[in-house]
Design a protein around this ligand. Structure first.
Ligand SMILES: [Mg+2]
Length: 230
């Protein structure tokens, strides 16, 4: 019997686009008048703060100042807008196969949730994306104030859907310890290798694409685990 599936976002539903992110941040460095290469590095090393604390504008203002810059409010706004533009583009770049798979799961009766370690502009862009209408709930670390693998973020998503974590399947690529984190709070875990194959982080069930998920959940023991917990 279909239940609830919680999905990771980047490298699970769509590509992480790491190179594009770096290019956008370098352009932001030019806008706010700091060394673009240094700003890209500053973004990389500040990812934990960006996931749970800072808005897009706070981030560029703080990091530019750390690098000796003093951007005007107009420069900060213009630079932050590039991050929002990137987030909107990314959220609308999910492969057709992902959308078909999500629609198929919904049609079969599965309820879908999103649990994403993401920065503020991704949460801001989410409601107007084509992905968002396919989900019954979405929890972003930047809004929840906790990031995977903290138990609180999985519990928040399950709670938003009115189920216990033990009644949910979690599907993710395995970054940030998210698979072990999900298992620790009782979710049934499936790893996806569609965008990146982190075969070393999880020895349980794996799919090569989301198109394989329905069959796995229907036939394999992972589906029975969830059905028996529901
Ligand atoms: Mg991911």
């Amino acid at each position: 019997m279909p239940g609830t599936i919680l999905f990771d976002l980047f490298h699970t539903l769509l590509d992480g686009a790491d190179a594009q992110r770096d290019r956008v941040v370098a352009r932001m460095g030019e806008i706010v008048g700091v060394d673009p290469v240094a700003l890209v590095l500053a973004y990389h090393v500040s990812w934990r703060d960006r996931l749970v604390r800072w808005s897009a504008e706070e981030t560029i203002r703080l990091l530019a100042r750390r690098l000796g810059g003093d951007p005007s409010p107009e420069q900060v706004t213009r630079a932050a807008a590039l991050r929002l533009e990137l987030a909107s583009w990314l959220l609308n770049s999910a492969p057709a196969g992902t959308l078909v798979a999500l629609d198929g799961l919904r049609a079969a009766g599965w309820r879908l949730g999103l649990v994403s370690n993401a920065t503020a502009e991704v949460a801001e862009a989410w409601p107007s994306s084509g992905l968002s209408r396919r989900f019954d709930a979405a929890v972003f670390s930047c809004v929840a104030g906790v990031a995977k693998p903290d138990p609180g973020i999985y519990q928040a998503a399950a709670s938003a859907l009115g189920v216990a974590p033990q009644q949910c399947v979690f599907v993710g690529d395995g970054a940030d310890g998210e698979l072990a984190g999900a298992a620790a709070v009782g979710l049934t875990v499936v790893r996806t290798a569609e965008f990146v194959d982190r075969s070393g982080v999880w020895s349980g069930p794996v799919v090569g694409s989301l198109a394989e998920l329905a069959d796995l959940l229907g036939d394999a023991s992972v589906g029975r685990d969830v059905a028996s917990a529901a």
